[in-house]
Design a protein around this ligand. Structure first.
Ligand code: CUA
Length: 357
């Protein structure tokens, strides 16, 4: 049963708007002002298309002190520059109207030009520069707290908790209200870690470990992305950050500490055999078994993850089947090969994989 599953169709307001514009304007036809006015909602929708993501991936909805200082910097810059913009436009309109009335070239005072054209903009720009340097200095404070190691691969994230012995992928669980020290590095090419609700961007480099401190104010789930072009599937290199209350975090860690569960039923045991017969263990690890591959994500807790393929699709049985059979239909160019399986073997393998919580 090879399900021809495609990646989840993203809502595309843009496509809708383009369709509506084309539908209302036959080629070469001149459009009346009324028709143009009718398209204003569509144009507004197009402008707002970037906002449909919601608040879980937004630098303007900070959920940590670090993100809050970045958001404040953004709002200060926006406010100052908006006022400057309004003043400049007002002066320009004033000058145009004066010129239209007098019909002679306006004679300006040199002092006014120097003050408003050089002195004032310089003060504003230097002030904003100093403020932004101060903010980035604050963000570079020594990172303390529980260590979580994040490694960027083409195109997924490995997440390790050295003190807990937990290895997982594409999801970072952390206790809300407690500082966490993220140690970031790359396995292959340069990536960039960006969870806008929690912190600014930080590069992951193959040779160096970069660290940042994050402390989520409250429990919540946020989306992150790779913010540095890193190859064909850069756009599908997403992650989730889940902040839990400290007791929930301890429970989460406790549940993930033991190795993979034993395989009780015949189907599940058959699924485990299929896993090894299909050479899944060459690339993937399942703690507690002889699967110790390090090329792909650790699968010890696969079934408890929210997504497959680093945020490419939701993690459910149907998507997992599609991913195993043909991961390139979902995420072209990724390193995992296609795995042709008979329907019975596939079902057994899915049964096994779904025990890996
Ligand atoms: Cu990793 Cu872009």
């Amino acid at each position: 049963m090879r399900a021809a599953v495609q990646p989840e169709a993203l809502p595309s307001p843009r496509a809708h708007v383009e369709a509506s514009i084309h539908a209302s304007a036959p080629a070469g036809a001149r459009r009346s002002p009324t028709a143009l006015a009718g398209e204003i909602p569509a144009i507004v929708m197009l402008a707002l298309a970037g906002c449909h993501r919601g608040h879980d991936q937004s630098a303007l909805h900070p959920a940590s002190a670090e993100a809050a200082s970045i958001a404040t910097l953004w709002w200060v810059m926006f406010g100052v520059l908006a006022v400057a913009f309004v003043i400049v436009i007002a002066l320009a309109l004033f000058a145009i109207s004066r010129r239209a009335q007098s019909r002679t070239a306006p004679g300006g005072s040199a002092r006014f030009v120097v003050v408003s054209g050089i002195v004032v903009p310089s003060i504003i720009l230097v002030g904003l520069l100093v403020y932004s340097l101060h903010t980035s200095q604050q963000l570079r404070r020594p990172a303390e707290g529980r260590v979580i190691q994040v490694t960027g691969f083409q195109w997924w994230w490995e997440v390790r908790y050295p003190d807990l012995g937990i290895i997982t992928a594409n999801e970072i669980h952390l206790p809300a209200g407690e500082p966490v020290r993220l140690e970031l590095r790359a396995k292959d090419v340069v990536h960039s870690f960006w969870v806008p609700n929690l912190h600014g961007k930080i590069d992951l480099l193959p040779e160096t470990v970069n660290t940042i401190r994050i402390r989520a104010d409250e429990p919540g789930t946020w989306r992150g992305i790779c913010a540095e072009f890193c190859g064909r599937q850069h756009a599908l290199m997403g992650l989730r950050v889940v902040a839990l209350t400290p007791p929930d975090f301890d429970r989460w860690a406790e549940e993930r500490r033991p190795p993979a569960r034993p395989t009780p039923t015949t189907e599940i045991r058959r699924g485990e055999e299929v896993f090894f017969e299909s050479s899944c263990h060459v690339c993937h690890a399942v703690r507690g078994t002889r699967a110790v591959g390090r090329i792909g994500p650790d699968l010890t807790h696969l079934a408890s993850r929210l997504t497959l393929g680093a945020g490419a699709v939701e993690n459910n049985r149907e998507r997992l089947a599609a991913w195993v059979l043909d991961p390139h239909a979902i995420k072209p160019g990724n390193l995992m090969p296609r795995t042709p399986l008979s329907p019975d073997d596939l079902e057994a393998l899915l049964d096994y994989l779904q025990t890996l919580r």
